[in-house]
Design a protein around this ligand. Structure first.
Ligand SMILES: [Mg+2]
Length: 164
């Protein structure tokens, strides 16, 4: 099955926070410390994980759509995506606290409404939580556990290339 949509978790998958347990606890505005690291008003940081930009570019080069599915409040996540200049990399953002399986279903319905038909089996979901992996796997999507199936974001490209 060809992979047409890669769905990425945020915390501990696409990015890592220091001084805050997860992105929602950051206090925007965020200022740029370096290309991939943003700092909030109290000195906590959010940084793209190694390989994140290469992964996003690699998926775009392969015409694979990218979605973000993160359990967080919207404002700090949007501030971070804008700080990295990455908001436009994603065809859809799901930034909420609902179970991720349902969020992915909603995202696929929204895409279909826009004329982009993607079946669950054509999705690859990447998350560091086995709870979320199980939830999204239940709707029929392919799943990779960060820190289990893979340790490096660039391995997602290998999985996309070898999806059959
Ligand atoms: Mg996570």
């Amino acid at each position: 099955m060809t992979c047409r949509l890669v769905l990425l978790d945020g915390d501990e998958t696409l990015w890592t926070c220091r001084g805050a347990d997860y992105a929602s606890l950051l206090r925007p505005p965020l200022r740029r410390r370096d290309a991939d690291t943003l700092e909030d008003t109290r000195g906590a940081t959010i940084a793209l994980r190694p390989g994140a930009r290469e992964l996003l570019t690699g998926l775009q080069e392969r015409d694979v759509l990218i979605g973000l599915v993160t359990h967080n409040d919207e404002p700090p996540v949007l501030a971070a995506l804008d700080g990295w200049d990455l908001r436009d990399s994603f065809v859809r953002l799901s930034i909420c606290w609902r179970p991720k399986g349902g969020s992915v279903r909603t995202m696929l319905r929204d895409l279909a409404r826009d004329g982009i038909e993607v079946r669950p089996e054509e999705c690859l979901f990447v998350d560091d939580s086995s709870f979320n992996i199980n939830d999204v796997s239940d709707i029929g999507a392919g799943c990779l556990l960060m820190g289990g199936d893979i340790d490096d974001l660039l391995e997602v490209l290998d999985a996309v290339d070898h999806a059959v």
